[in-house]
Design a protein around this ligand. Sequence first.
Ligand code: ATP
Ligand code: MG
Length: 565
Amino acid sequence: MRWTRSLIPTLREDPADAEAVSHKLMVRAGLVRQLAAGIYVYLPLGQRVMDKINAIVREEMNRIGGQEVTLPVLHPAEIWQQSGRWQTIGDEMFRLKDRNARDMCLGMTHEEVVAWIASKGLRSYRELPQIWYQIQTKERDEARPRSGVLRTREFLMKDSYTLDLDEAGLAKAYDAHKEAYCRIFDRCGLRYYVVESDPGMMGGSGSHEFMASSAAGEDEVALCDRCGYAANVELARGVPPLPKFPAWILEEVPTPNVRTIPEVAALLAIEPALTIKSLLYVAKTGPLLVLVRGDQVLQEKKLARLAGEVRPGHPDEVRAELGAPVGSVGPVGVRLPIIADESLREGVYVVGANKDGYHLKGVRPGQDFSPRFADLHVAQSGEGCGQCGGAPLKVERVIEVGNIFKLGTQYSVPLGAVVLDESGRERPIVMGSYGIGPARIAAACVEQRHDADGIIWPWSVAPLHVHLLAVNAKDPEQAKVAEELDQELAAGGFEVLFDDRDERPGVKFKDADLIGLPIRVTVGTGFVKTGLVEVRSRKDRAERRVARRDVVASVKELARELMGA
Ligand code: ATP
Ligand code: MG
């Protein structure tokens, strides 16, 4: 690939709105451009990275018996109405009407289409199991498209679907995917965790996420070094250390003009862990009071798993239900259902008195009021691991690069995807659904592998392998050798970006570092005198000067080292 014949618009400056390193570097290295919020163009180098990732994904999906298909982006509303998601999914779905005023939508995922195909195409248990996959564009009107290609409104997804007769079959298909995913992310050179996750809108009975460590991520995982527990903080269980409880007896204390937990704690000169935060929530079944310790934060997803869809109560609802303003409410004497975090099983606390300007001190949960206890708080670094009890949890920011779900029959039942079993009985097909975001893999690679000067691509997904340049393109001798090396390296099986521009050497070196191909080969002024060419790795910048005739051999040797790294 010759630079002067290519579209590689590198930039010196970061894009104005960019925060994530991958966003800055992928734009600056000329991989991608933003057309509109969350809508990206993949330029030639970016496309090459995606092609490499997709090739790895295809190989690993084929290895576990996946059959590649292409499912439409444009969907009739009917299949989504049948599954119920036409109603339950909100603004994230792009909806439109065709010329005959029929409702349509753009596919944000393909469970419905898969179940529809199965309903038409499969008859007997003998045709199971099946694995279908595609690498297809998804359209989602994300609320906050951000961080470059990490969260876009149009993006490529590898989605696969498994169809089995029973749960045991699903378990097998699920495990095969888990292993295939690990191979994919290993081969892409990512550092990642496999964590338990919340099935969320997909529903179903089990799910895992594949999380690449990166400060640019929107997710957090809690990890235990001792037992290997790893879970999304949306469901991670942590056991906070208990405070030292004072020998309080129950009494009402005046707390004038005090609204927040820090204010209560300051006024009474106690630590916030000795207070309880009482929050009014409204579920489908009505209002309920939710309690977490004063130093902790409620994880709404955990609450939603217990109580269904919930929303925080408005201040006027709080006053109507509890007879006091938001900062003074508490659980004692309340008739609403109460759910309290596990960590409140023991001890004495300060709570709101349901009386403006007063709190109750010395309240014992389980004695002075009777809640249902459940894990509700956001696990934090340093809390005891909820699985092994001992070691402190570590909370880390991550990018979700893939996930796997055991769906069960929730799509096959409404869409009529059934087969006849051995005894001739109709059985709904048991499904699994599995996603990977190739763009997130690319961005996570950049997040994990870069330095101040640019990207450091792992061999497997680098847009090309070798960055070749002549320091002075106008020098006939340098130019000639560079031309020859371009041919020879290509013949040796390497993908070469030949920077044949008549630019200052500094500009070319900067671009080489920014784009970050694994190996740089430089024909310099030194060559004319010494006959030596410079071969160096982007990763450690170790330089070798080799004779002209040894360049390909030297690149081969370095490539072998880098492929293993
Ligand atoms: P998130 O929680 O980050 O929104 P999700 O749970 O909605 O992700 P899925 O619907 O399961 O994701 O999609 C499967 C994979 O597709 C994700 O693991 C991710 O790699 C990728 N992906 C999802 N949404 C986007 C997006 N808006 N932009 C780029 N990639 C995405
Ligand atoms: Mg999403």
